[in-house]
Design a protein around this ligand. Structure first.
Ligand code: FES
Ligand code: ZN
Length: 301
């Protein structure tokens, strides 16, 4: 197969775009998709101070590298969950990645916060994944606010977004349907959150990471049976195989027509109920303590 742009031998074929690219043209395609995603949804400008949440996986590292190469002011953030060798390996991958490329990195250790995930798991009587998710989101946002970053970026790709959208739709979760998208604007105590890889699939990001020689750490979390939405992703990939381009159509159609339709309904509920955590001052919809301070209490008991 030949590259559709320059007719050299192709290394990546993309059915949803009905095209194939050589290495150079694929990397240019990838950059173009990131820029388009940023411009189309007004995600950020060159004046923004950007914090990128790095897990050690290929998506967040690819995102960090691409934004860095495009000249954005980026700093990485690694939240060390304290899950034995798994967290150690991921941390080393992230540290090496940033050091080798001269990128700045902040590390937040949950061990030092008294909240290592294995300890939280032991003390908590509910599934660890949702607590772990809350803790991570808390420290992503808090670090961004404390260090004066204007935007927090995560490596969610089109497959993540479509699976989440499908899951929200299956439950008709109007609150989530009113806010889901590549950009969540800042509001009292919350920094703006963006997903610049929203136009790129997992496959495309994996190819980018491979061609750019990004070493990543892939190990499923020892506490979760399967990655979130994995069965929905299988379903959606099957649909995409039968009807190439359908994922992107579904997602873009939602952004254009679905999301605005849910906007008022979801916004009202959320906005009215935000207060400050009585312990740490973090915005919360609960009365008294925020979810992370409540976890702290339980862990201390
Ligand atoms: Fe947090 Fe698995 S419980 S990554
Ligand atoms: Zn709190």
């Amino acid at each position: 197969m030949k590259c559709k742009v320059c007719k050299k031998d192709a290394v990546v074929s993309l059915r949803s775009h009905n095209t194939a690219f050589c290495e150079e043209c694929f990397l240019a395609f990838f950059s173009r998709q990131v820029s388009r995603g940023i411009e189309h949804e007004h995600l950020l400008t060159k004046d923004d101070k950007l914090l990128v949440a790095l897990s050690g996986g290929k998506d967040s590292l690819a995102l960090m590298l691409e934004l860095f190469l495009q000249g954005y002011d980026v700093t990485g953030l690694y939240v060390d969950l304290g899950i034995g060798t798994s967290s150690e390996k991921a941390r080393k991958v992230v540290e090496d990645f940033c050091r080798e490329r001269g990128m700045s990195l902040l590390v937040k250790s949950l061990e030092e916060e008294g909240l290592p995930i294995p300890l939280v798991k032991e003390r908590l009587r509910r599934p660890i994944c949702s607590a772990c998710g809350s803790i991570k989101r808390y420290f992503f946002n808090k670090t961004a606010m404390d260090f004066g970053f204007s935007v927090l970026a995560t490596g969610h790709n089109l497959d993540d977004e479509v699976a989440r959208l499908f899951s929200n739709t299956l439950r008709w979760d109007t609150a989530y349907l009113s806010t889901q998208g590549p950009c969540l604007e800042a509001r009292d105590g919350f920094v703006r959150k963006i997903k610049p890889l929203w136009r790129l699939t997992e496959f495309e990001t994996a190819n980018y990471a491979f061609l750019k020689g990004i070493q990543n750490h892939y190990a499923p979390c020892p506490y979760s049976a399967g990655a979130s939405f994995s069965s929905l992703k299988v379903l959606l990939n099957d649909l995409e195989r039968r009807m190439p381009g359908r994922k992107m159509d579904f997602y873009q159609g939602f952004l254009k027509r679905g999301k605005p339709a849910f906007f008022e309904e979801g916004q009202g509920e959320e906005r009215n109920s935000l207060q400050q955590c009585s312990q740490c001052g973090y915005p919360t919809s609960a009365n008294g303590l925020c979810s992370v301070c409540r976890i702290r209490e339980i862990v201390r008991e």
